[in-house]
Ligand binder design. Structure first.
Ligand code: ACM
Length: 768
């Protein structure tokens, strides 16, 4: 094979006939990085109307060719003439060849391809339709490697041999916490396929909604798909939705045409509150709960009667008819056992079954469902808790509580999919910037994801073979729009794709960064609301040494690109002033900052910061310090916005308490606090007793301001009664009593119950 590669390379090299001494074009911006790319001098020019020959008696190959042509037309406005079954390699065109005898050494998954570009033609060869599709994605990237002319595209001569490292290259989409339209699910599938991701794990049922039509049990969607959102003053419209079986069939077909397998998840025995709301006889108490409007760990479990297994098997029968893939995900996570422990009926059933613990009962539950799936030719996959109660060897384990579950499972001979929290939890924010959308505040940066290796330490070579791959999870408690999902997914999914596809030896963070601007251009062409957090300027200002000035530092997370700024209100460009060291600026000032790559392409959207004497005495909720650093349960939550709309607040939901450090009280006489309230919709299970409540002094509660320690006598307190208005922020003003020296100011809200949750947006110190 090595000889064949050389031969093909030589053919390409000699065909390229450089006019001048050979000069290689830059490496093309491909993501994920192929196994091998050999460049040759010269280039191929693709013209409008060029022929795309499909040399295969195979409908899938033709479909891939047509899809590729449509994608090219969409991104570049250039149209190809797709011709099935033409047997000549036309000059000036592209040929796709499906050849079952064409082996690619090293391609153990049969998903590989070879792609050669010579001045006469582009030739893509694969052994399988999936391989051909993968090659067409690489070719599409080559043809979108620069977004210059629309009428003819130059592609440098090269020869690529490529195949994936892992079979399971996935994203998980949570459609239960928030529902996405079928159109968006298909858009995400399209976006995944352009990263050569090939598994969509679809989280379809949970406490907050049942999203898949099951014909035998219509109440699952008539009742279970709809919830009344938690709202402070009631009156919120019902929220929900579900996918009909026709819509699911369309989505499955759409995914299959892009070589993406959908793994449906039907949660059991926990995360079952929506199902029990629809059919209370499935639950332990027999009572009908609401479909939950809350986030967190709920305690509703299915009971363990035969009738409930009949229900689950009937549901799974309809699920299997819709999803043809080998895996069915049955959840298994966070099944709080309180209800099983408290139920005489469940305890009696355990005695009948000879089961001595509720953990073992979950094992029995999973094994029984696993047997049913196996009898129908399917494989059970579940979150790593399924290991706790003992599980059949044929079960595949999805490791989420870190990597330990994956390591234990692989050592026991289970296949494993890695999805460890927090690295693979894309509901974490991507940077420390205040503009980040709601989510979990511990940063999972692009660099963190890029550095991830799916094979955990501690496995020997045979055990490592059990690692099928990895996936990132898009939990949607805090992502209520398609834009927020895309922002969370991209470009981190590009980093994940490279971790899952490319050989370790081909992975290089700085090279990846250099390829990203072009990926961003593709995202723009496709209308993907990606995050530029890795490159975005992080602008920090403090009072300057001279009065009336500020000292400004600017950085970006990836430490990549050229930072340029203006102070005259104009948009920064590559020729604008270069940021090299902290700046001293006269106040007031409007600083506009851009970040560019070496070719002048914008890496991040321009950020603008208005600086004044007052702005230096203001901190937002991300700048204020937490009263429990490293502890509590901090979240970035949405709440009312200053001008209507919505703001994002960082708040510890165990103890909403913030510190403004080092305030010179001789210079400050009053404070303005902007705050908002929202309902407290968190179920904390055994952590509920960690929620700190402070006895209010007045009926509506109050904001208290302390000096230094967050207890004792308050320096000031501001009643909230007149301020409450869930649709708008409140401005809370207090004059501070005269004090000397520099102190921390601590802010807490007095409240008798967790709801409403008051949150600080910002604290403005007002000078004397
Ligand atoms: C999970 O995050 N509960 C799997």
């Amino acid at each position: 094979m090595r000889a064949l590669i050389c031969l093909l390379t030589i053919v390409c090299l000699s065909a390229c006939q450089p006019m001048r001494p050979a000069r290689l074009s830059p490496m093309p911006s491909l993501i994920p990085q192929p196994v091998s790319v050999e460049r040759a001098p010269g280039s191929f020019t693709l013209h409008e109307g060029a022929v795309l020959n499909v040399r295969a008696r195979n409908a899938e190959a033709l479909r891939t060719a047509r899809q590729f042509a449509a994608r090219l037309a969409r991104a570049r406005g250039l149209h190809l003439d797709v011709r099935p079954l033409a047997d000549a390699d036309a000059d000036g065109g592209i040929v796709f060849i499906l050849d079952a005898t064409h082996l690619i050494p090293g391609d153990r998954l049969d998903e590989g391809y070879e792609l050669s570009v010579s001045p006469r033609r582009i030739r893509l060869v694969a052994r399988t339709p999936h391989g051909l599709f993968n090659g067409s994605v690489t070719l599409w990237q080559l043809l979108t490697a620069r977004m210059q002319s629309r009428h003819a595209l130059d592609v440098p001569c090269l020869y690529i041999v490529d195949y994936p490292r892992f079979a399971w290259r996935g994203l998980m989409l949570d459609s239960a916490r928030h529902f996405q339209s079928p159109e968006f699910v298909e858009k995400l599938i399209d976006e995944m396929s352009l990263h050569k991701l090939d598994v969509l794990h679809w989280h379809l049922t949970d406490d907050q909604g049942w999203r898949i039509q099951i014909k035998k049990y219509p109440e699952l969607t008539a009742i279970g798909a709809w919830r009344t959102p938690a709202a402070l003053h009631g009156g919120a419209p019902r929220y929900g939705g579900f996918y009909t079986q026709d819509e699911i069939r369309d989505i499955v077909r759409y995914a299959a045409a892009r070589y993406i397998t959908i793994v449906p998840e039907i949660e059991m025995p926990g995360h079952a509150q929506a199902a029990i709301a629809a059919y209370p006889q499935l639950g332990v108490s027999g009572k009908r709960p609401p479909v939950s409007p809350d986030w967190g760990v709920h305690t509703y479990l299915y009971n363990v009667e035969d009738s409930t297994f009949d229900f689950l098997e009937n549901v799974l029968t309809e699920v299997m008819a819709l999803f043809p893939g080998p895996y069915i995900h049955v959840g298994g996570d966070e099944a709080a056992k309180d209800q099983w422990q408290a139920s005489a009926q469940v305890q009696r059933r355990m005695r009948e079954l000879g089961i001595s613990s509720t953990a073992a009962l979950q094992g029995y539950f999973t094994a029984r469902i696993g047997k049913f799936l196996a009898a129908h030719g399917r494989r059970l996959i579940g979150w790593d808790e399924i290991l706790d109660g003992g599980v059949p060897a044929s079960a595949t384990v999805m490791s989420w509580r870190g990597e330990a579950g994956g390591v234990a499972a692989a050592r026991q001979g289970h296949d494993v999919v890695m999805a460890p929290s927090p690295l693979m939890y894309f509901d974490h924010v991507q940077s420390a910037l205040h503009e980040e959308p709601p989510g979990r505040p511990e940063v999972v940066s692009l660099a963190d994801v890029y550095a991830y290796d799916p094979v955990p330490h501690g496995l020997d070579a045979a055990q490592a073979q059990h690692v099928l791959g990895a996936q990132a999870n898009l939990w949607t408690e805090y992502m209520d729009t398609p834009q927020r999902i895309e922002h969370a997914a991209f470009p981190r999914a590009a980093a994940l794709a490279e971790a899952l596809w490319s050989p370790r030896s081909r992975r290089d963070w700085h090279d990846f960064l250099a390829r990203l601007p072009q990926q961003f251009a593709r995202y723009r062409a496709l209308g993907i609301a990606f995050a530029d957090s890795a490159f975005a300027p992080d602008i920090r200002a403090v009072a300057g040494k001279r009065s009336g000035t500020a000292e400004v530092t600017i950085s970006n997370q990836a430490r990549f690109g050229k930072i340029r700024y203006t102070l005259d209100g104009s948009a920064p460009e590559l020729a604008s002033s270069r940021y090299a060291a902290p700046l001293t600026v006269n106040l007031p000032a409007t600083l506009r900052v851009g970040v560019f790559d070496g070719r002048g392409r914008e890496l991040a959207a321009t950020r603008t910061l208005a600086l004044s004497g007052l702005s230096l005495l203001r901190m937002n909720s991300d700048e204020l310090k937490s009263c429990n650093p490293g502890g509590g349960l901090p979240l970035r939550l949405s709440g009312p916005g200053k001008n209507g709309g919505e703001d994002v607040y960082r708040v510890d939901i165990f103890d909403p308490c913030w510190i403004y450090p080092h305030v010179d009280l001789e210079k400050v006489h009053a404070i303005d606090v902007v705050a908002g309230e929202r309902t407290y919709n968190f179920q904390l299970w055994h952590d509920a007793d960690k929620v700190v409540l402070r006895k209010p002094l007045s009926p509506g509660g109050e904001l208290r301001v302390y000096l230094d320690a967050c207890s004792g006598d308050a320096l000031a307190w501001i009643p909230l009664a007149g301020a409450a208005n869930a649709d708008a922020t409140a401005r809370l003003h207090a004059v501070l009593p005269a004090r000397t020296g520099t102190h921390d100011l601590c802010f807490t809200f007095d409240r008798a119950t967790p709801s409403p949750l008051w949150m600080i947006d910002s604290v403005q110190l007002l000078p004397r």
